[in-house]
Write a protein that binds this ligand. Structure first.
Ligand code: NAP
Length: 515
């Protein structure tokens, strides 16, 4: 029996029974067990604060960047083994595993570049000096410095590599040690990644810890300099935010949660045009990549009633081409869901959607074996912003709903807004006036907006790809959090302090303050 250990206090440690089984999503067979029972999580946090924090803060931003680059390169060296680990637990196709892993390595490498720009410093100046009178002798300057606690990263099951690395990149660069807890169902890949890093001895002692299994009493040990970055369901986010110790110490919590992302097709877009083709490709990919288990996946497809039939036909044609099956087979384009719990959730969501919308495509369902396969499902609701369930519940699988609308800008804004706040919304239109109005109206409800149009139909990074240069997060239902976005991603781990004093003395400490 493979037991997945936790890496705490610079030692691999096994939790005691009962163990939680992890499944091979393709066969339904148990691949490993994990447990956090009996592990001293208070000691792990103390170790990070007293050993890892000082070690990291001893390094400049540029030196921390070298550390991030080494972490990225170590994963490159083991890329194929990690792709296999992803398949063996999560049932990802090679392409889906690469999406997770390459995103992880790319984000670490990107932040190594940010570190170079920050250079040989340990403190970031925020904004310009502030003068209070005509005299320049007394000034103020805001600075950012590393929090003295631990960055507790609680991750969802769907990106065991990217979630671990994108969060770690920002925290480590900010000078804050990390304790990461992956979603237990797919923790195998996160454990293999940390094993590689530990074997190479890349990270200074106490700077990187991994908790495998449930969170246990972790949050009972948080302190006022710690911070929590959570990705997962809205309900778990609420539990974390309202934990008594988190409340008592005002521990900052960043939440990335459920999101009913939308794609909007402008009424100006003709079927058969490049922009139309781009829209169809994005929606079909978002529905099926990683079996629809992406926080940014398109769940609501908003189209003008006049284009409904053309969209429906084109999408169904794409979905018919999807090959659902064993991810080890190179012909497969859609693998299983990550595990039994995820399959149960999606089955319940599909049953509820079917009561509230019309199923217009259910796809292939017969797959040999006992894995957690779900075919793509496309629904239709003509109730727009009032469609029940569609705007409230994220069915975390290859599932989306078509929502025909009249096409006026305000009507589209209302339907997007009915989702209560999302991570990513895409807009496909070549009509700048219409799109501009929609953009302005949906921006307050969206963390990121992807505008597809004829001139960029063969370019662009895609609706679902989270780029480290851009912020990731969204208001309302999406959790209200924000990660990444270049240097912005470090801010959560830094304390902003206003410093007032004599200009010469301030300059002697912070050198770069101008006259
Ligand atoms: P989840 O059930 O909320 O679990 C997320 C993480 O929280 C897991 O590591 C889980 O541990 C842990 N957890 C559960 N209860 C906890 C508690 N009381 N205290 C501390 N930690 C606790 O979510 P999931 O099923 O893994 O992920 C799917 C959801 O994540 C979807 O709703 C999806 O939209 C969302 N998601 C959002 C984003 C984003 O960026 N906004 C990205 C990816 C996914 P165990 O696994 O051990 O239970």
């Amino acid at each position: 029996m493979t037991i997945l250990n936790s890496y705490l206090c610079d030692k691999w440690q096994a939790g005691s029974d009962p163990q939680t089984p992890l499944y091979d999503a393709t066969t339904g067979l148990v691949v490993a067990h994990a447990s956090s029972h009996g592990l001293d999580l208070g000691a792990a946090l103390h170790h990070a604060r007293t050993v890892g924090g000082p070690a990291l803060r001893h390094l400049t931003f540029a030196q921390r960047g070298e550390l991030l680059m080494s972490l990225s390169q170590a994963l490159h060296e083991h890329r194929d083994a990690l792709i296999e680990a992803s398949r063996s637990n999560m049932g990802t196709t090679r392409s889906d595993a690469k999406f997770d892993l390459d995103g992880a390595m790319g984000t670490l490498a990107y932040y190594a570049g940010v570190a170079k720009q920050l250079g040989d410093k340990t403190v970031i100046l925020d904004g310009d000096q502030i003068q209070f009178s005509r005299s320049k002798r007394f000034l103020a300057q805001h600075i950012f410095s590393s929090r003295r606690g631990v960055a507790i990263h609680i991750n969802a099951f769907n990106f065991p590599a990217w979630n671990l690395c994108e969060k770690a990149a920002c925290a480590l660069l900010a000078g804050v040690p990390v304790l990461a807890k992956p979603g237990t169902a797919t923790a195998l890949l996160s454990v293999r990644i940390v094993e590689i890093w530990v074997d190479k001895g890349i990270a200074p002692l106490g700077t990187l810890q991994l908790l495998t299994g449930s969170a246990g009493d972790l949050l009972d040990h948080v302190g006022p300099q710690d911070c929590i970055v959570f990705t997962g369901s809205g309900s778990t986010g609420q539990q974390i935010r309202s934990h008594p110790k988190v409340l008592a110490h005002n521990v900052p919590v960043n939440v990335e949660a459920d999101s009913l992302n939308a794609a909007v097709l402008g009424p100006d877009v003709e079927p058969g045009s490049d922009t139309f083709g781009m829209f169809i490709s994005e929606v079909a990919r978002e529905m099926t990549q990683k079996a629809g288990q992406k926080c940014t996946a398109i769940r609501r497809i908003i189209v003008a009633t006049t284009a409904l039939e053309a969209v429906r036909e084109a999408l169904v044609e794409r979905l018919r081409d999807v090959i659902l099956g064993d991810p080890a087979d190179s012909r497969t384009t859609l693998g299983p869901l990550a595990g039994p719990a995820q399959a149960r959730d999606v089955a319940a969501g599909l049953a509820e959607l079917a009561k509230n919308a019309e199923l217009i495509y259910g796809g292939q369902t017969e797959v040999p074996g006992h894995g957690y396969f779900v075919a793509p499902h496309l629904f239709l609701s003509t109730l727009g912003k009032d469609a029940p369930f569609v705007h409230e519940h994220e069915v975390f699988g290859p599932v989306a709903t078509l929502l025909p609308v009249a096409g006026d800008a305000q009507g589209v804004i209302d339907v997007v807004a009915a989702g209560g706040g999302g991570l990513a919304c895409s807009l496909f239109s070549d009509d700048a006036a219409w799109a501009g109005e929609v953009l302005a109206g949906i921006a307050p409800y969206s963390g990121r907006i992807y505008w597809g149009s004829a001139k960029v139909y063969d370019q662009g990074t895609g609706h679902g790809a989270v780029m480290p240069q851009l912020v990731h997060g969204g208001p309302g239902k999406a959790g209200g959090g924000e990660e990444l976005g270049g240097e912005r991603g470090l801010r959560f781990y830094l304390q902003r302090t206003a410093i007032q004093g004599d200009t010469q003395l301030l300059r002697s400490v912070f050198g770069r303050i101008a006259d």
